[in-house]
Structure formats: C-alpha cells, structure tokens
Design a protein around this ligand. Sequence first.
Ligand SMILES: [Zn+2]
Length: 228
Amino acid sequence: MTMFKRLETLHRICNEINNNASSIAKCIHNASNVSYREMHKAAFFSLVDENIKLSRQEKKYCKNLYVYEFELNNVAYKWGTPKRCLNCKLTRYSEKYCENCISLHLQKIFDAWTSGNEIIDNFIQECQKLSPLPNYIMEWIPFHQFENVRYLTKGGFGSIYIATWKRGYITDYDENEKAFTYFGPQYVALKVLKGSNNPGKFFFDEVSIRVKMVLDAFPHTYLLTWLK
Ligand SMILES: [Zn+2]
C-alpha cells in the first residue's frame, strides 16, 4: 500500500473511532459530572489504544490529530478552561494555543511581508488580528511560492487558475520556538479578480464571498496573491 493510500485509510479509521467515541460519550456523560468533551476524548483515546489495525506510530498520529482539533476548538469556541497566559498575561483557553500570543507574533512580522498595496495590507493585518489561529489565518502569499500555474476556466467575475503552493498553509504554531509550521506542497485554485490592483468595495465583497465559500469546504485555506 502506498503512503498516500495508508494515510487515507488511517483518516478513515480515525473517523470511525471518532463516531464510536461519540456514541459512547452520549450514553455515559449524562450519568457523570465529567463534561461531554472530556468523556469523548477519553473514549477516543481508549478506542485508539484498543484498535488492532493501527501500529504504535499510527496510534500516536491519531491521538495527535485529535488533540490538535480539540485544542483549536478550545480556543475558537472558548470551550477550554480559562487561565492566565504566563507570556502575555491575558486569558487563554488552551494548553497548546494562546490566541493573543499568536496574534502578537503575527503583528511582529507585519513588516516581513507586503502586497505592495496599503489597503490590501491593512485588510490582511486586520484579519490576522481577528483570526490568528493556525488553519484560520488570512495571509499574503508572494507569487514565487506558486509553481505550475495553469489556466483552468473563466468564472463569473474573473479567470481561475490552478497551481502548486510550495510552502502550503499554516498548520501549527510552536509556542516555545515562536514559529509556524506549514503543510508543504499542495494544490490550490487561484482566482483573478477584476480591479484587484485598485481594490474597492466590489473587491472586498468578492473576497469575502470567496473566503466564506472556501472556508465552508476547506477551513484552512484562504490566501491572497497577485497573479502575474
Ligand atoms: Zn498568551
């Protein structure tokens, strides 16, 4: 089995375990003081440990994947236990991620990138201040990060291209290293919007619609670039 096929199977097994954990947690959490989420997490971990189809490494992978989503949700929905962050001194809701610390890190590197257009830069900076979690960060992507750019079709408001994004989206943030990690090469669709060199209300309306559509399908992918 190829590595890609095995990864696909692994995600399918993880999903099955996740569904089984939901059934178990639903049955027993009403009779307990432990929250549904904690119950679900314990059931998931226990089912992963018992699963004979998974190797030791794969069990670790499934658990890491679970914790990653769990901690992101703790911050995004404030589901985690609130506590004071030792770094920024504000309230954080996750052991793994402090929204404010990541936001401060993003603000520190505002000077490291520019689209060449002040309005676009301000727009992305405001988005990053509002949404600094890995998977949900709006970014300016310099065009040299794309390769194999090919024309696909014409859409309602502009042309659509496909390309390989060499770096890939931000998958994680290491609090100790103060550094992001990236997905690596991935296929992306690029859209040329009319009037994007002189952005006005139409441009931002169109970007907002696209961002919403893409977020519904792929929560981690939204980016802006100039097609040259
Ligand atoms: Zn913090």
